[in-house]
Ligand binder design. Structure first.
Ligand code: UDP
Length: 489
């Protein structure tokens, strides 16, 4: 690139929260910007840097202007154990999670120093960096806000905040209507994000203050980049922009925007041994009939299921084997499984347990996968949509309950399991094996399953089109780059 061009090239700095569910979509976003001619720099910390390297290095070799920049993370100063640089490490207790969120303040000084030095054209910062709007203002550049969820959940949260309908019901299981939204959405108090449920909330005022700061920074940012596409959340992008008054661009699904190298997903900083494991998992899937395998994964953060709950899941999966429904179940290392379970299901390749990290996007994309049991993290929800598979929704916390509603009630590509009065802190309520079996059977076989699968496949096609030239996400991305260019000029 000649020096003139280099000078004209937009430079956008990305600051992802230190959690897989944020770093993965922001890596894809930075790559998307780079493909639109922007110089992209991702700021991260030493222990997280390898998570970016596989893809970024390959892009850099292709001549794209993309790189990571590492800043030290003072875990000890934040009151965190040494090496605690990722939310999944901090997930041992509610207090530690709160400390982790608060510790993002410690990145402010080094990030501001870098911004001063680089003088980029825009800062894209994740929601926990509530100070980022102020940092960007000091340089007179726009801060774009990202929070790794869709407009459906953001609109529902705003509705709960504004109208407080959950305060007018008698019990956690009484359904109530969320007013003023594009669809009639009913929820229960037992299944809305924790911040709206005082009884499961802590009484530390600093937590409320932190939440308020994050919310405020959404409103005071220049605009919001959303990992979604207009057709997925019918009416909600418009509601978010016009009723809630936010400036927003819908540029997802980000995992698809770089779909030409999807097959390299397993290389995201993985060791050779991990790549081997991933390949053998895909070979195992090759031996299965189309739509015969259910994939079960509850996201990147170890879920505190207790032994009783794990026993119920295991029993349900074993019973389903006798009905020709096979499975891949991703468990995090420390999780207990019933005695003899793994030996029994591994014998003859009936089912597969993956310990640790699974190549989720590749698994979901495999023709043998007929359904997905998901906790409804937004990335997983989108990945399910992009693979065109129906889902069993099993939300556990935060906005996952709201994402579930989009899948089951609006898009009608999934069925829910789980108790009406679930609380992640208490974890008292166990979903029984019959309920799990029944939900999985509903998405895997029969007329209802076929209808859901056909709707899911249609959505997959629309998702792909949204990312192609002339598609809605492609169009929004072009508008965004143009606006950033105009602001600079
Ligand atoms: N993921 C994966 N393998 C795993 C667990 C998770 O590839 O074993 C990826 C998944 O594909 C998704 C992300 O991690 O991109 C999880 O994000 P999500 O928003 O679904 O859930 P979170 O982990 O943030 O709760």
């Amino acid at each position: 690139m000649d020096p003139n061009q280099q000078q004209q090239q937009l430079h956008v700095v990305f600051l992802p929260f230190l959690a897989q569910g944020h770093m993965i979509p922001i890596t894809d976003m930075a790559r998307l910007f780079a493909r639109h001619g922007v110089k992209s720099t991702i700021i991260t910390t030493p222990l997280n840097a390898p998570l970016f390297s596989g893809k970024i290095d390959r892009d850099a070799q292709l001549g794209l202007q993309i790189r990571t920049h590492v800043v030290e993370f003072p875990a000890a100063e934040a009151g965190l154990p040494e090496g605690c640089e990722n939310l999944s490490r901090a997930n041992e207790s509610f207090e530690m999670v709160v400390t982790f969120y608060k510790s993002m303040e410690l990145l402010r000084r080094p990030v501001e120093e870098l911004l001063q030095q680089w003088r980029p054209d825009c800062l894209v910062a994740d929601f926990p960096f509530h100070w980022a709007s102020e940092s960007a203002r000091k340089l007179d550049i726009p801060r774009l806000y990202f929070n790794a969820t869709g407009s459906f959940a953001m609109c529902l949260c705003e509705c709960l905040n504004r109208h407080q309908p959950h305060k007018r019901v008698e019990s956690d299981s009484e359904p109530f209507l969320l007013p003023g939204l594009p669809h009639e959405i009913r929820v229960t108090r037992g299944r809305i994000p924790g911040e709206f449920r005082p009884e499961v909330n802590d009484d530390d005022p600093s937590v409320k203050e932190l939440r308020d700061l994050m919310l405020e920074s959404e409103v005071t940012s220049y605009g919001v980049v959303v990992n979604s596409f207009y057709e997925l959340e019918p009416g909600y992008p418009e509601h978010y922009k016009h009723e809630m008054g936010r400036k927003a661009w819908f540029i997802g699904p980000l995992s698809l925007s770089n779909k030409d190298d999807m097959k390299h997903k397993a290389e995201r900083g993985d060791s050779a041994a991990a790549i081997d494991r991933h390949e053998s998992c895909l070979r195992w899937l090759d031996s299965k009939e189309p739509n015969s395998v259910i994939y079960i994964c509850f996201g990147s953060i170890p879920i505190p299921f207790n032994a009783d709950q794990l026993r119920e899941i295991a029993a349900a999966l074993e019973t389903l084997l006798s009905r020709q429904i096979s499975f891949i179940w991703v468990v995090k290392k420390e999780e207990w499984l019933p005695e003899g379970f793994e030996e029994r299901i591994t014998e003859g390749g009936k089912g597969l347990v993956i310990r640790g990290w699974a190549p989720q996007v590749l698994i979901l994309d495999h023709g043998a996968i007929g359904g997905f049991v998901t906790h409804c993290g937004w990335n997983s929800t989108l990945e399910g949509v992009c693979a065109g598979v129906p889902m069993v929704t099993w939300p556990l916390q935060a906005e996952q309950f709201l994402n579930e509603k989009l899948v089951t009630d609006v898009l009608k590509i999934g069925v829910g399991v789980g108790a009406e009065e679930w609380s992640i802190q208490e974890r008292k309520i166990i979903v029984g094996r019959e309920e799990i079996q029944s939900a999985i059977t509903r998405v895997m076989v029969g007329e209802e399953a076929e209808e859901m699968r056909s709707r899911a496949r249609k959505l997959k096609e629309i998702a792909v089109m949204a990312n192609e030239e002339g598609g809605s996400s492609y169009f929004d991305m072009e508008l965004l780059v143009q606006e950033l260019t105009d602001l600079r000029d």
